[in-house]
Design a protein around this ligand. Structure first.
Ligand SMILES: *Cc1c(COP(=O)(O)O)cnc(C)c1O
Length: 217
């Protein structure tokens, strides 16, 4: 697959779902990819990228930002509170707000720094022990709490369990967002982004389908 194949498939999926062209942002997930591959995608004109580790993002994106205009960086991996400041300084968007302690830390830092990335609240739709995110039953309260801290909550994010039908999880996430008046839906990866678009995704996170398989570390 190439970037062009993916953007074609996105355009088709938007059309099939009766959504406006360009309604969906493609986050090219560049974690663990060699810099030449990332550069190739930048050279094709793409500007929206995702990383799941603060450390790794810090090692490449400040440099890329000096070489390319208009980069938009999304952090999509679990965030430790002691890395929150660095994450906020690096990223335009953080998709993994998942607990009160992190919300409080980000709120305090936003005051200090004077700005805050767009935030998505991660919901553990599959209620999996090993996965981050608030439980669906706790989502409404956590959204309210985060808004009370004046955090710029733009939407919700989920990673469905690998062995379940993703559409059920996308639909649940969309339902929670709708009843809370949230527009943003970060859902859908290489294997299921068309289903996510059909169910209202505004941000899809696609790695291997664009860059090829990740080199194991
Ligand atoms: C790695 C990653 C992706 C991209 O996964 P692919 O299957 O390679 O598209 C999406 N979301 C998150 C949170 C990830 O960590």
């Amino acid at each position: 697959m190439t970037l062009r194949d993916i953007t074609d498939r996105i355009a088709k999926a938007e059309k099939n779902a009766g959504r406006e062209a360009g309604a969906v942002s493609l986050i090219a997930v560049s974690k663990v990819q060699p810099n030449e591959r990332v550069k190739a995608v930048l050279d094709e004109g793409h500007r929206i990228f995702g990383e799941n580790k603060v450390q790794e993002a810090a090692g490449k994106w400040p440099d890329f930002r000096t070489q390319y205009e208009g980069i938009e960086l999304h952090l999509i991996g679990p965030l430790q509170t002691n890395k929150a400041r660095q994450a906020m300084e690096l990223a335009d968007s953080i998709h993994t707000l998942d607990r009160p302690k992190l919300a409080n830390t980000i709120a305090r830092l936003a005051q200090e720094i004077g700005s805050c990335p767009d935030l998505f609240i991660q919901v553990n739709t599959g209620e999996e022990d090993q996965k981050a995110g608030v439980l669906p039953s706790e989502a409404d309260a956590f959204i309210t709490e985060s808004r009370a801290l004046d955090l710029p909550v733009r939407g919700l994010m989920c990673i469905p369990p690998v062995d379940e039908e993703a559409s059920l999880h996308f639909a649940l996430l969309a339902k929670i967002a709708a009843r809370n008046g949230l527009q943003g839906l970060s859902m859908g990866m290489s294997s299921d982004f068309e289903k996510a678009i059909a169910l209202g995704a505004t941000h899809i996170r696609v790695g291997s389908a664009i860059f090829g398989d990740r080199v194991p570390t």
